[in-house]
Design a protein around this ligand. Structure first.
Ligand code: MSP
Length: 479
C-alpha cells in the first residue's frame, strides 16, 4: 500500500495554542513531508477539539457565545499551522455538524447495536481539568496529578462503554506490536495499565452538566462526553463510514500524541475500533512535554510561550529547528531563550547559513556563471553524504528527529573541514573539483534538510539556481 495517513491530536480550544502544540504539529509535519518525498500518497490531518464544559466556561468568562469563542480560537490554531509551515491536508473541527457529527452518531449507534453501551448510575471523582473521571489510585495527595486540583465527587446517570470487554484483545495487539507504541517505555506503561484491569468508561454526561456537545442519539437527556466525540475525528474527517477517503486512507499509519493522552489513544480508541470492526492504527508515537526554564508551562505561572511571537522574531524554520533538535523526541525537554539563541547562532547562523554563503561566494569568485554539478565528485565527501542519508533515514523511521538533524549537522561540519583542508579559494589544480564537490554537498544538504526546514531548503535551492547569495540566518546579537 502506498498510502500514508498521519494525524496529530486535536487541541482543546479553551485557550490559544502554545509551544507544546507547535511541537506536535512540527513533528507530524516532518513525518508527512518525509513520506511524501518517498512517493507515498500522504494524508495529514489535524484540527481542533471544541466541546466540553471547560470550553463552554472559557467562552462564558470571555463574555461570548461558545460558537463565537470556538470559531476564534480554532481559527488561531489554523493560523498557527500556516505560520509554522505545516503541510496538513485537512483540518477537522468537532463542532462541524456536517462532517464530524454524522460520524460520531454512526459510531455511537454501532457501539450500541453491539451491546457495548449501557446506562448506569455512576459515582466517582471527576477532574474538570482532565475532563475525565479519575480513580482513587491515580490521586496524589488527594489531587489530580496533572492539574494539581482536588476532583469533585459526582453521582450521575451516564452511558458506559464496555472497555473491560476488550482488555485481552488490546493487550495482545499491543504486545505483538500490531498496534505499535513508540517509545517502548510508553508501550510498557500501557501494558501495565491494562494488566491492572481496565474499567468501563463514561461516554456521556447528563445534559444539565454538559450542554456544549453532541446529543446522544435517541436520548435527549444526555450529551456525548468529550473523548467519545474527539477520538472519532480521525475517521470523521475521512468520511466514515462510507467516504472514499476512509476506504483509501484508514487505518492511520501514525497518531502523534503527547504522553498525557496516550491512555485514551491506546485503550479507548482501539477498543472503539474493535467494536466497530475496523482496523487499528498501526503506530502511536508519543512525545514528551516541554517545560519553560525548567518549569511546567502554565497560565498561572505566566510562562506560556506564544509560538507566534517566536516565529515573528526568529522565523518559522528556526522555531522548527529548535524543537526538533533540542528536545529529545520522546522525553520531556526544556525551552529557554538562551538555549534557543545558542542553537540559532551556533547551528543555523554559523553552521548551515555560513556554509551556504561560503560555498556560493567561493564558487562565484571563481566563476560567476558556475555550473551546478550532478552528484559529489570527491570520494570522501560523497561517502560522508551517503552515510548522512542513511543515518537520517534510520532516525526518521523511528521518529528520532534530533538524531537525524545531528547527523546532518555532522555533515555540515565535515564540509567546513573540507574547505579548510582544500582551501578552494586559492588557485590550484584541485580547485575546480573541490568547488564542484562543495556545490554538490550544498545541494545534498538542501535535500537532507527539506522535511525539517522546508522554507530554508527552498531558499538555498533558489540561491544555487540564481547564483546569488542571501544571508539565511542573520546572527542575533546578544542583548
Ligand atoms: N483535546 C485533547 C486531544 C484530543 S485527541 C482526539 C487534548 N488537547 S490539549 O490541547 O490538551 O493537548 C493537545 C496536545 O498537546 C496533546 O498531545 C498534549 O500532550 C500536547 N501538549 C500539551 N501541553 C504540552 C506541553 N507542555 N508540551 C508538549 N506537548 C504538550 O488533550
Amino acid at each position: 500500500m502506498n498510502k500514508f495517513y498521519i494525524t496529530t491530536s486535536i487541541p482543546y480550544v479553551n485557550a490559544p495554542g502554545h509551544i507544546g502544540h507547535a511541537l506536535e504539529f512540527i513533528q507530524a509535519d516532518v513525518v508527512a513531508r518525509y513520506r511524501r518525498r518517498q512517493g507515498k500518497d500522504v494524508f495529514f490531518l489535524t484540527g481542533t477539539d471544541e466541546h466540553g464544559t471547560k470550553i463552554a466556561k472559557a467562552a462564558q468568562d470571555a463574555g461570548v457565545s461558545p460558537k463565537e469563542f470556538t470559531d476564534k480560537i480554532s481559527g488561531k490554531f489554523f493560523e498557527l499551522t500556516k505560520a509554522l509551515g505545516v503541510s496538513n491536508d485537512d483540518f477537522i473541527r468537532t463542532t462541524d455538524s456536517e462532517r464530524h457529527w454524522p460520524a460520531v452518531k454512526a459510531v455511537w449507534e454501532k457501539l450500541q447495536a453491539n451491546g457495548d453501551l449501557s446506562k448506569a448510575i455512576y459515582e466517582g471523582l471527576y477532574c474538570s481539568g482532565c475532563e475525565a473521571f479519575i480513580t482513587e489510585k491515580e490521586l496524589v495527595d488527594g489531587e489530580c496529578s496533572i492539574h494539581k486540583k482536588e476532583p469533585e465527587r459526582v453521582q450521575e446517570e451516564n452511558w458506559f462503554f464496555q472497555l473491560s470487554k476488550y482488555q485481552d484483545r488490546l493487550r495482545e495487539k499491543i504486545e505483538a506490536d500490531e498496534l505499535r507504541i513508540v517509545p517502548e517505555s510508553r508501550k510498557n506503561e500501557i501494558l501495565s495499565l491494562i494488566n491492572q484491569g481496565l474499567q468501563d468508561v463514561s461516554f456521556s454526561r447528563p445534559k444539565e452538566k454538559l450542554q456544549w456537545g453532541i446529543p446522544v442519539p435517541g436520548d435527549d437527556s444526555s450529551v456525548i462526553y468529550v473523548w467519545a466525540d474527539a477520538l472519532v475525528n480521525y475517521i470523521s474527517a475521512l468520511g466514515y463510514p462510507d467516504g472514499e477517503s476512509f476506504k483509501k486512507y484508514w487505518p492511520a499509519d501514525v497518531h502523534i500524541v503527547g504522553k498525557d493522552i496516550l491512555r485514551f489513544h491506546a485503550t479507548i480508541w482501539p477498543a472503539i475500533l474493535l467494536s466497530l470492526g475496523i482496523d487499528l492504527p498501526r503506530t502511536i508515537f508519543v512525545h514528551g512535554f516541554i517545560t519553560v526554564d525548567g518549569q511546567k508551562m502554565s497560565k498561572s505561572l505566566g510562562n506560556v510561550i506564544d509560538p507566534f511571537s517566536l516565529i515573528e522574531k526568529y522565523g518559522a524554520d528556526a522555531v522548527r529547528y529548535f524543537f526538533l533538535r533540542e528536545l529529545p523526541p520522546t522525553e520531556d525537554g526544556d525551552f529557554s531563550y538562551e538555549k534557543f539563541e545558542a542553537r540559532y547562532n551556533g547551528d543555523l547562523a554559523a553552521g548551515l547559513g555560513n556554509l551556504v554563503a561560503r560555498v556560493l561566494t567561493m564558487a562565484r569568485n571563481h566563476n560567476p556563471e558556475f555550473a551546478l554539478p550532478e552528484g559529489i565528485a570527491d570520494d570522501a565527501l560523497r561517502q560522508a553524504e551517503q552515510e548522512t542519508q542513511d543515518a537520517r533515514e534510520a532516525a526518521l523511521e523511528s521518529f528520532m528527529f534530533s538524531d537525524a538533524l545531528e547527523a546532518i549537522w555532522t555533515f555540515i561540519h565535515f564540509c567546513d573541514r573540507y574547505i579548510e583542508e582544500k582551501r578552494p579559494w586559492e588557485d590550484s589544480e584541485h580547485q575546480e573539483k573541490a568547488l564542484a564537490s562543495l556545490l554538490g554537498a550544498v545541494m545534498a544538504v538542501t535535500e537532507l534538510i527539506r522535511p525539517f526546514l522546508p522554507e530554508t531548503s527552498e531558499q538555498i535551492a533558489r540561491q544555487l539556481q540564481e547564483r546569488k547569495k542571501n544571508i539565511l540566518f542573520p546572527r542575533l546579537d546578544r542583548a
